[in-house]
Design a protein around this ligand. Structure first.
Ligand SMILES: *[C@@H]1O[C@H](CO)[C@@H](O)[C@H](O)[C@H]1NC(C)=O
Ligand SMILES: *[C@@H]1O[C@H](CO)[C@@H](O)[C@H](O)[C@H]1NC(C)=O
Ligand SMILES: *[C@@H]1O[C@H](CO)[C@@H](O)[C@H](O)[C@H]1NC(C)=O
Ligand SMILES: *[C@@H]1O[C@H](CO)[C@@H](O)[C@H](O)[C@H]1NC(C)=O
Ligand SMILES: *[C@@H]1O[C@H](CO)[C@@H](O)[C@H](O)[C@H]1NC(C)=O
Length: 296
């Protein structure tokens, strides 16, 4: 794809109008993380154990050999309020208007192209996706729904992997989460563009086809896992970890993440400079424990 064609497509995406109501996700409260998803096998959630394309997965340095030329991804997020809802297993922030929090533009030559509206955000501590077995301290999942042209797989989730860094400034999105005391609260203005911007397609990231990481574990989600850390102080990440860890009274509480799933021969592709010293796959080339000391 040459530059002019790309800019034309980008322009079409930018100026197209979108009319689509926010999707209300089936939020199924009747599960827990005591077994990190290993026993989500009963009839109502059987997709979790029978589907071959499950998430999360462990991402590997060797996946970086599988690149796709002519792939572009960038974001144009807008500042907006969100509805904060508390479920038993996580907090979910949902856009309060049809434009969501702006758009992710995703263009490849693999028949996956389109404009995706940022619709909702979920939080996992520690992270669900691992890189060379390394489990980051938190994963913030940005769920996007298609908003322009129906692609093969019509949803994109961008996973931001956070690492505790006590020198990092307080993260405003996490502050919103921590400060929300009541269910169904409308947040203050939230600006996601601090994480991903027009330049984000120059970041390193893995991408693959997977599923929701919680029941009903349904499919058709394109996962984009950014291979670079985002940072927040321990006070914030620990506060979220404390609030959304297992609800099991008396058990050792280790978090609201699902264990990594069988890759079942799926392709994982990579975008970006594999020699980037900031890539998590370079910082953690070997299997290790995360800071929260989870046994992998
Ligand atoms: C959600 O958690 C509350 C409090 O822990 C519990 O009473 C309720 O049964 C849970 N809901 C489900 C569907 O598990
Ligand atoms: C899953 O397993 C955990 C412990 O391994 C148990 O406490 C929990 O009740 C199980 N949940 C279901 C729905 O079977
Ligand atoms: C990936 O490429 C590197 C060189 O860039 C090579 O050393 C390595 O063996 C390759 N891995 C696989 C799994 O093909
Ligand atoms: C919060 O509200 C949602 C409905 O929006 C409900 O499903 C959920 O159970 C509520 N959470 C708590 C902790 O009451
Ligand atoms: C993973 O899936 C493949 C089929 O794609 C199967 O052959 C293999 O046994 C599975 N591995 C595990 C650990 O279940």
């Amino acid at each position: 794809m040459n530059q002019n064609n790309l800019m034309l497509i980008v322009a079409l995406f930018l100026f197209a109008g979108f009319v689509q109501a926010s999707v209300v996700y089936d939020e199924f409260n009747g599960f827990d993380y005591k077994d990190y998803g290993a026993n989500w096998t009963w009839e109502q959630v059987k997709t979790c154990s029978t589907s071959q394309v499950q998430s999360p997965i462990d991402l590997l340095s060797s996946d970086r050999n599988s690149t796709a030329p002519n792939q572009y991804m960038f974001a144009r997020y807008e500042t907006s309020k969100m509805l904060v809802r508390k479920f038993n297993t996580t907090i979910v922030m949902t856009a309060v208007n049809d434009d969501g929090l702006g758009y992710l533009y995703y263009i490849t030559t693999l028949n996956v192209a389109g404009t995706f509206r940022l619709d909702n955000i979920r939080f996992r501590t520690p992270a669900e996706h691992t890189i060379n077995g390394y489990q980051a301290d938190m994963e913030v999942q940005l769920f996007h729904l298609y908003g322009f042209k129906k692609p093969v797989n019509d949803k994109v989730v961008v996973a931001l992997l956070f690492k505790i860094d006590d020198k990092a400034p307080l993260d405003p999105l996490l502050e919103q989460v921590i400060n929300t005391k009541h269910n169904e609260t409308t947040s203050q203005e939230i600006d996601i563009s601090r994480y991903l911007t027009m330049d984000s397609f120059q970041m390193n990231y893995f991408y693959y086809a997977g599923s929701l990481t919680y029941p009903y574990c349904s499919g058709s989600y394109n996962w984009v896992v950014i291979d670079q850390f985002f940072y927040a102080p321990s006070s914030q990440i620990n506060a979220i970890h404390q609030a959304y860890q297992n609800t099991a009274g008396g058990l050792i509480l280790k978090g609201n993440y699902r264990k990594t799933q069988n890759r079942t021969g799926r392709y994982v592709r990579y975008n970006g400079d594999a020699t980037n010293p900031q890539a998590i796959s370079n910082l953690h080339p070997q299997k290790k424990k995360g800071i929260l000391n989870i046994d992998l």
